[in-house]
Design a protein around this ligand. Structure first.
Ligand code: FE
Length: 262
């Protein structure tokens, strides 16, 4: 049985994905957010899972990854693209590599364009894929900083994502309008930037004229993420108060309130 959870970080509109082989208890997490590690760790513990890998789709510019902190807390390994330029990972991934969790796995497809080191992760049965900041629901990641290259992105999407089965569900790293999932068939048809008959020239022209403001956290996030989220001084930081043995539940709000509701 596959365990699948889509988690959201409101400040950065980032989706984090938890996948597990429910029978074996082995889990992976894709694109964890530093500030949400406490929530994610509590959920993993509540579900009785063992986190084996924290995976990055790329070096993010808009939030700091929770990979290092999850490794500290849960003993998982960290993996991201060999072309990411990041230090401190346990495994550096290239095209067609496989990351196993229990008897399930995800296969790596290199999908550069947003950054050089962007990866998409495809579930073993090709029923779902995690496209990072390459393909969004009816959109794409931006290509105007961090080695952004609209030509590379166009080819990545057409050659690595649109070649997946029509019904393969696609899960992006972000959505800013509340959409959560799409499919290969939908994006091939309806993506306004590169669906239908839109060619590479039109796509690159559009992407080169977006004129977006840089992400607020760019200056903090990129250096931190080039260390897989390890704090600068290398000293173990804690997000837990150390004055009491608190057990955090994944639900929001004070425990007393929740108990009163049940
Ligand atoms: Fe990004």
């Amino acid at each position: 049985m596959l365990v699948f959870r889509q988690l959201f970080d409101p400040p950065s509109s980032t989706y984090t994905y938890l996948l597990a082989d429910g029978d074996r208890g082995a889990a992976i997490i894709i694109d964890p957010v530093f500030e949400q590690v406490r929530r994610d760790a509590a959920l993993i513990e509540e579900l009785g899972l063992r986190l084996v890998f924290a995976l990055e789709t790329h070096v993010h510019a808009d939030h700091v990854t929770g990979a290092w902190l999850l490794k500290e807390r849960m003993g998982c390994r960290i993996a991201l693209a060999a072309t990411s330029g990041a230090a401190g990972a346990d495994r550096y991934l290239v095209q067609d590599d496989v990351v196993t969790f229990g008897e399930r796995n995800v296969q790596i497809r290199q999908t550069p364009g947003h950054t050089d080191g962007c990866l998409s992760y495809v579930l073993d049965d090709r029923s779902m894929a995690f496209t990072g900041d390459c393909l969004f629901v009816r959109g794409t990641g931006r290509t105007d900083f961090q080695q952004g290259d609209p030509h590379a992105m166009y080819r990545s999407i057409h050659e690595q994502i649109f070649t997946l089965p029509d019904l393969c569900l696609l899960y992006p790293a972000h959505d800013y309008r509340g959409l959560t999932v799409t499919s290969v068939r939908e994006e091939r048809r309806f993506n306004p930037r590169l669906g239908g008959e839109i060619g590479e020239g039109d796509f690159t022209g559009y992407m080169n004229n977006l004129r977006l403001a840089h992400p607020k956290k760019l200056d903090v996030a990129v250096p931190a993420n080039l260390q897989c989220g390890r704090p600068e001084n290398g000293v173990g930081i804690t997000t837990e108060p150390d004055w009491a043995a608190l057990r955090r539940r994944s639900e929001p709000g004070p425990t007393a309130t929740m108990d009163a509701q049940t």
